[in-house]
Write a protein that binds this ligand. Structure first.
Ligand SMILES: [Zn+2]
Length: 339
């Protein structure tokens, strides 16, 4: 095949199709590999994922001339509307799948970790195991969380497109969500499956594995309750989203939404729940926040801390009264028994 002139047959790109997907559909038609087809487009040796991230004007014009589309239509298949900070968010294949969409074409919007419904069919995406988020959280709980996830997703999307997003940027929000706010600890009783004594002996390693404890579980306790214990920890900062599962990314979007809605409240909640060992880390995560927010947090924190102490000592006193009463009853019974 010659290296110039228009290709005889060209598939029209589908709505929102990414360049790598379109090339992957075209190459087999010409009985070529992807890199052979890229060479046919006049871009020998270029990586298809680099090309779909950014095409120079010249490269775009070259492809456009070769396939008979407008340069705009070619550029629309790239991720050029995203800033460089977002590149690590873009997966090479769709992250989650819609049961009604065919495997090809792959859409740009499904490369991002903060979309949880198919843009065409409106149904929930499914993760690698085929499970939906409604299956995992329960339908009612999922519906309640979805509102917060939408706020978080809009914020993350604006950050990825370098659009204005107010005081608190996505990396700072994720920094707090993923901070280790307590020392790592083995699965607690609610996190352990029911086990016989024999199983407990056999799975001693599992029961004593320290699990990383992150602020995400404070901001999204619903996630803490349903996530499988070994898959509960997420990676730090932006990598949590870039490499997270459907469940993890959804929880992160919910957490981001809640923090955007009330950053001061959630920062204080995390500080109150953190242990002595982790307080420095939590403070460090909040130190990156804008000054006005930090001032509100310190202004409210001492009062919140005082209230929390008062609540804890009231609880302790109630417990003591309770056990005193119990001891009293028991001692009466005992006396009654022997008299
Ligand atoms: Zn679909």
């Amino acid at each position: 095949m010659t290296m110039c002139g228009r290709l005889p047959v060209v598939y029209a790109p589908e709505a929102d199709e990414r360049l790598s997907s379109w090339i992957a559909r075209m190459a087999p038609f010409y009985a070529m590999t992807v890199s052979e087809f890229v060479a046919t487009l006049g871009l020998k040796g270029h990586d298809v994922f680099d090309l779909e991230w950014r095409l120079s004007e010249g490269q775009g014009a070259l492809i456009a001339a070769r396939i008979g589309l407008s340069p705009e239509a070619v550029q629309a298949m790239t991720f050029r509307e995203f800033g460089p900070q977002a590149r690590l968010m873009i997966a090479r294949k769709s992250r989650y799948y819609c049961p009604y969409c065919p495997e090809e074409p792959q859409r740009k919007s499904t490369a991002l970790p903060w979309r949880f419904r198919c843009p065409v069919h409106g149904v929930e995406f499914r993760g690698a195991t085929g499970e939906t988020l409604s299956d995992r959280f329960g339908t009612d709980c999922f519906k309640k969380l979805e509102g917060h996830a939408e706020v978080g997703a809009a914020h993350l999307d604006a950050w990825a497109r370098s659009a204005g997003q107010g005081d608190l940027e996505a990396p700072e929000v994720l920094q707090l969500l993923t901070v280790r706010h307590r020392r790592a600890s083995p699965p607690n009783v609610c996190e352990q499956p029911r086990m016989s004594l024999k199983d407990r002996r056999d799975y001693h390693d599992f029961l004593t594995t320290p699990i990383i404890r992150q602020a995400l579980t404070v901001v999204v306790p619903e996630y803490d309750q349903v996530a499988p214990v070994l898959a509960k920890p997420v990676r730090p900062g932006l990598h949590a989203l870039a490499q997270g599962s459907l469940l993890q990314c959804f929880a992160l979007a919910v957490g981001a939404g809640r923090i955007i809605e009330d950053p001061v409240k959630w920062a204080i909640s995390v500080m109150l729940m953190s242990d002595a060992e982790a307080q420095g880390r939590v403070r460090q995560a909040i130190d990156a926040w804008p000054l006005s927010l930090r001032r509100s947090i310190s202004a409210r924190f001492w009062r919140a801390e005082r209230d929390e102490r008062a609540r804890q000592s009231a609880e302790k006193a109630a417990r003591q009264r309770q056990s005193h009463k119990l001891r009293l009853i028991q001692s009466h019974k005992y006396r009654y028994g022997i008299s």
